[in-house]
Design a protein around this ligand. Sequence first.
Ligand code: BDP
Length: 652
Amino acid sequence: MNRPLLFISCLVSAFLAEGAVVNVPGGKSHPVLTAAYGELRSLPANDTVNVRLAKLDNLGKEGYELSRKGHTYTLSAPGAEGVLYGAFHIARRGVADGVTVRESPRFRTRILNHWDNLDGTVERGYAGRSLWKWDELPGTVSPRYKEYARRIASAGINATVLNNVNASPLILSAPYLEKVKALADVFRPYGIKVYLSVNFASPMALDSLPTADPLDPAVRKWWKRKADEIYRLIPDFGGFLVKANSEGQPGPMDFGRTHADGANMLARALKPHGGEVMWRAFVYSPIDADRAKQAYMEFQPLDGKFEPNVTVQIKNGPVDFQPREPYSPLFGAMPSTPEMVEFQITQEYLGHANHLAFLAPMWEEFFSYVDPSGLTAVAGVANIGDDPVMTGHPLADANLWAFGRLAWNPALSSEEIAREWIDNNLVNPDTPDSIRRDLVEMLTDSREAVVDYMMPLGLHHIFAFGHHYGPEPWCDVEGARPDWLPRYYHKADSTGLGFDRTPSGSNAVEQYPEPLRSQLADIDSCPEELLLWFHHAPWDKRMKSGRTLWEELCHRYARGVKKTGEFQTRWNAARPWIDAAVWEDVNDRLVTQARDAQWWKDACLLYFSQFSGQTVTEEALPLMHTLDELEKVILGIDNYTNPPASLLNSKR
Ligand code: BDP
């Protein structure tokens, strides 16, 4: 299929033949400057760009000042990276005539986390196989690596973790490090640092050490040597990302040590080289405590015990990347420890690459609770694969863009980001404003629509087992951990629905600071979109709309389904202004999304009606399925990205 290259690449290719006049200062040669000048030269021929390298007050090495008079730009920056980001700013036509903008990123590190395995698969990836062709590297360096680097750099991203947090120890073996070096060499001119996920038991797996105990001198020495080996190959290597003692991964607790002991050992090995450790707080064990409380319980007491070059990486919510979660209470609870947030760009829980779910509103919501100044970095689990569009769903490219833009400036609004992406990547220049507005609204409404038809009012994790695509609130798997089953989360019974996390229940609310704690704990002041996260609410509870809880639930599911119909209408109206292949591709996915929304609505309302004792309201009709039929749907791990319609007939 002939799809346009997204982000700035489409602008660049359109004008490659001619090229702008670029006046650059003499003397300096730097790979990032070379790349930046290349970007500038590929601007239209009637543009002139005057570049100045100069120290500017309050602008770090990635910052820049940019002004425009007609077709003449003046771009000043203290460092090469600033020139590169300024070049991308010009390419996206982001500065008005006569205006001077000063930009610098809010977060030092803006990092993608690839969950790519060495066998070419991608955990929770829906855009083909891994972009990294490990078998071919380092001999063959695919041109797509450079395409990737330009693309993410144009969104402001400056770091990347190449491999899955469920890490194979092999990534640290000498042959793989050569492959990693080849990628780092391609990314360097775009200001992108490479990091690796490491398996905590690597010394045992790779070199048969009898232990991986972080206090064991031989283990410490092993990591020190490994760090030295890496930095010999990749002098600007970023550091390690670690998932330890979580979902079966090894970690310091296997040896009676703490997360801090483990992280500090790695931090000391990296420190002489300027590297850092990102240590994940995504932990939960099958203990009695509410899963939503566990990361806080395990990590908060370790505050102040980490080396300065350790950052604790915390998922935005306390459970796991659900369509809506409250923010994780660990944010702000470790004042003496650097903290960073981990968002998930890949749509593990929001319809994979089949559903439109523009995630900027979700991340904007997070920043409305969590002060960015308390964070040192932002990570996003990548939605990238070797698919021709790289992100599977062509509109999911907007999520990659939004991640980079918000990591640069968390004060940007979802609307601004959506508009920027649509104008630069989706529609042709003659597109009427009304169409552009409709498309912006379609994007900015889409996440809430997904919440509505999947898990409104604070419901969470009622997915089918394992693949996290379709609904299965009834799911029961013999022998499965209770906290992997939907009933653990929705707790539907004849009295009501939702998880009581107030003092009369698990008391997870106590982990939040006042006055938020009291607001959340009170069923009447808790924001309705989080009601069933924090409360087991009675079916007849009166909601702000005047509806009962049951009626409101029906209303929200119906609203979500209705929205997916509206998306199709808007997409139809925009057809003349969009590349035909992109239009067709998205159209097919919107059809699937609408069908899935109906599936979710029918499944959840029919299932919960057994507990509410009430029938589905008029507004949420028609029902296209019966519960009996839906309970027989099995989505296999191999076909979970396929439309489930074909599966509706399959029997258990
Ligand atoms: C969950 C995913 C699982 C990841 C895990 C993690 O289902 O595949 O390995 O998170 O973040 O969301 O470590």
